[in-house]
Design a protein around this ligand. Structure first.
Ligand code: B12
Length: 461
C-alpha cells in the first residue's frame, strides 16, 4: 500500500527559516521496514520547503499518512499537515513520536488524529499497514490508540524491539541527505539513567539497547562511500553507555582504516583517559556532555547522579587530549535560586569548553520533573494538542518554574553562552574552513547554520 510519512517544520514554526536541519531520522527508520515489506513509501519533509504537501498528496493518494512530532512548536505544523491530509486524502492519519507517546489520550482526542502510535514505531506501523490494506480491525495491534465510531480505544503497549540489529538500515536513499545540516545517525536507543527532566525514563523505561559494532560500521561505511562525507554525528542519547561496544566501534573504525571525524553525546561519568584516547584515535573530535548545572544541590535535585568535580575532570581530560568538548546546561530548574544560577555561571565560564548550550528549563510531559512542577502548582500545562503547539515558551523564560526572575535567567543565559562562544569564534571559523576544504558536502549547510541561526548552530558545536 502507499504510505506518506511527513516531517513537520522542526525549527521555526513561522516557516521563515531557511537553515538546513537534521534529517528526519524516525521517518527513514519507519520507511525502511515498510519498504522491506513491499509497501510504497514516500517521505515529505516540510523543512525543505520545496513542494506543496497538497500537491504531493494529490500525486500519491496515500492509503495512510504518518506524522511525527515531539513536544514543541512542531505540533503546530504537524496539525497543519494533518488538516491538509484530511482535506486532500481519504486515508487514516497516524501520529507518532515523543509527544504523542507521552500524552496519547490528549493527542487522540484531537479531530485531526485517527491513530496514535505509542513508543517505538517500526512494528506498529507495519501492523497498521497490514490491517488497513486488508480492511481488518485495529484491535489486535499493540501500542496504538484509535478512534472508531467516535469512541477511543486503547490497545496494550508495544514491547521494545529486543535486538536492534534485526531492524533494517534506515532508508537513507529516500531522502536527499545533501540538503541537511549533518549526517546524524542513531546507533542505540535509551539510557539507563534517571534524569528527572528527560523523556527517556518513560519512553524507554531506562533501558539502553545498542546496535552491534559490526552493524554500526556497516552503516557508516555505506554512508561514507555513498555520500562521500567524513563528518558524522552520533545523535544517540548516550553513545558511550556500553564501554565494550564503544571500544569495538572505535577499534573497528581504526582497524578498517575508516577515516572519519565524529561527534557524540556522553555523560561525564562515562569517560576516562583510556577510552577518550581510543575515541580520539578513531576520529572523535567533539563530545557533547550533559553537565546541566554548576550547583551540586541542583544536580542532586534533578537526579543527575554526577558531581561538579566529575564534570571538571572529564572536560579537562578532553582538553588535555585535544578533543573539543561541548556542554549542555539547564537553568531555571525548580527550587533554583540566584545563588545556584551564579554558581552555574562561574562554573561554566571557567571550563575549557569549545561549545555550550544553555537552555531555560521547560517541563516536558512524561518526566518526573514535569509531574513535580504540575503537582506543586509551579506549572499549569496546556490541556490539548493544539494548546501544546501554541504554548509560546520553548526556553524563552515565559515559563519559569524557578525562584529566579525571568529577566535574570535570560540575561545570565546569554552571558554564559556568549562568554564561551565569543572566545571560540576563531576556532569555529577554522573548524568550518577545515570542513569546507575537506570537501564535505554538509559543510556549506553547517557553515550557514553557524552564522544564520544560533539555535541551529548549537547543533554543530
Ligand atoms: C534530532 C533532534 C532534534 C532536531 C529535529 C530532528 C527532526 N526529526 O526533525 C532539532 C535540533 C530541530 C530538535 C529540536 C527540538 N527538540 Co529535539 N531531539 C532530537 C533527538 C536528538 C533525535 C530525534 C530522533 O531522530 N530520534 C531517533 C528516532 C528513531 O526516535 P523517535 O523520533 O522517537 O522515533 C521513534 C518513535 O518515536 C516512533 N515514531 C516517531 N515518529 C513516528 C511517526 C509515526 C507515524 C509512527 C507510527 C511512529 C513514530 O518510531 C520511531 C522509531 O522507533 C531527540 C532525542 C532522541 N534520542 O530521540 C531530541 C528530542 C526529541 N528533542 C526534544 C526537544 C525538547 C526539542 C526542542 C523542544 C528543544 C528546544 N527547547 O528547542 C526542539 C523542538 C522543535 C520544535 N520545533 O518543536 C526532546 C523531546 C521531548 C518531548 N517530550 O517531546 C527530545 C526527546 C530530547 C530530550 N532528551 O528531551 N530536536
Amino acid at each position: 500500500m502507499k504510505v506518506l510519512l511527513v516531517q513537520p517544520y522542526n525549527l521555526d514554526y513561522t516557516k521563515t527559516s531557511k537553515v538546513p536541519t537534521p534529517a528526519p531520522f524516525a521517518l527513514i527508520c519507519l520507511a525502511s521496514v515498510l519498504r522491506d515489506n513491499g509497501h510504497d513509501v514516500h517521505i515529505f519533509d516540510r523543512n525543505l520547503q520545496e513542494a506543496s504537501l497538497e500537491g504531493e498528496i494529490k500525486k500519491i493518494y496515500p492509503d495512510m499518512v504518518g506524522i511525527t512530532s515531539f513536544t514543541g512548536p512542531m505540533i503546530l505544523d504537524a496539525l497543519e499537515v494533518a488538516k491538509i491530509a484530511k482535506d486532500t486524502a481519504d486515508a487514516p492519519i497516524v501520529w507518532g513520536g515523543v509527544h504523542p507517546s507521552m500524552l496519547p489520550i490528549q493527542t487522540i482526542e484531537n479531530p485531526y488524529v485517527d491513530i496514535v502510535a505509542v513508543g517505538e514505531g517500526e512494528q506498529t506501523i507495519l501492523d497498521l499497514a497490514y490491517a488497513i490494506e486488508r480492511n481488518k480491525p485495529l484491535e489486535g495491534i499493540n501500542g496504538i490508540l484509535y478512534k472508531e465510531n467516535g469512541k477511543i480505544h486503547t490497545n496494550p503497549p508495544r514491547q521494545f524491539v529486543t535486538d536492534l540489529d534485526e531492524l533494517p538500515m534506515p532508508a537513507w536513499d529516500l531522502i536527499d541527505l545533501g540538503k541537511y545540516s549533518s549526517v546524524q545517525l542513531f546507533t542505540s536507543r535509551g539510557c539507563p539513567h534517571n534524569c528527572a527532566f528527560c523523556y527517556n525514563k518513560k519512553f524507554y523505561n531506562c533501558k539502553w539497547r545498542g546496535r552491534s559494532s559490526e552493524k554500526v560500521i556497516e552503516e557508516i561505511s555505506y554512508l561514507k562511500s555513498k555520500y562521500k562525507t567524513r563528518w558524522f554525528v552520533f545523535g544517540d542519547d548516550n553513545f558511550t553507555c556500553n564501554r565494550k561496544r564503544l571500544r569495538d566501534i572505535c577499534n573497528g573504525l581504526i582497524d578498517e582504516g575508516i577515516d572519519l571525524y565524529w561527534r557524540c553525546e556522553s555523560r561525564v561519568d562515562n569517560v576516562n583517559s583510556e577510552i577518550l584516547g581510543l575515541m580520539k584515535k578513531a576520529g572523535c573530535h567533539v563530545i557533547y556532555f550533559g553537565v546541566e548545572s554548576g550547583s551540586q544541590r541542583i544536580l542532586d535535585t534533578i537526579d543527575k547522579r554526577i558531581t561538579t568535580t566529575k564534570a571538571i575532570d572529564a572536560i579537562n581530560l578532553c582538553s588535555d587530549l585535544e578533543i573539543a568538548s561541548s556542554a549542555a546546561f539547564l537553568i531555571g530548574l525548580p527550587t533554583e535560586t540566584e545563588e545556584d544560577l551564579m554558581l552555574t555561571k562561574r562554573f561554566a565560564l571557567n571550563l575549557p569548553l569549545w561549545g555550550i548550550t544553555v537552555k531555560i528549563y521547560v517541563p516536558y510531559p512524561g518526566t518526573d520533573l514535569y509531574d513535580y512542577c504540575v503537582s506543586s502548582g509551579l506549572y499549569n500545562p496546556p490541556q490539548s494538542l493544539e494548546e501544546w503547539g501554541r504554548a509560546s515558551s520553548w526556553g524563552d523564560a515565559s515559563i519559569n518554574v524557578s525562584d529566579v526572575p525571568s529577566d535574570v535567567l535570560e540575561s545570565v543565559r546569554v552571558e554564559i553562552e556568549e562568554g564561551i562562544k565569543n572566545r571560540n569564534i576563531p576556532y569555529y571559523f577554522l573548524y568550518s574552513m577545515r570542513r569546507l576544504f575537506d570537501g564535505d558536502f554538509t559543510s556549506i549547510n553547517a557553515f550557514k547554520s553557524l552564522f544564520e541561526d544560533p539555535g541551529v548552530g548549537d547543533e554543530d558545536r
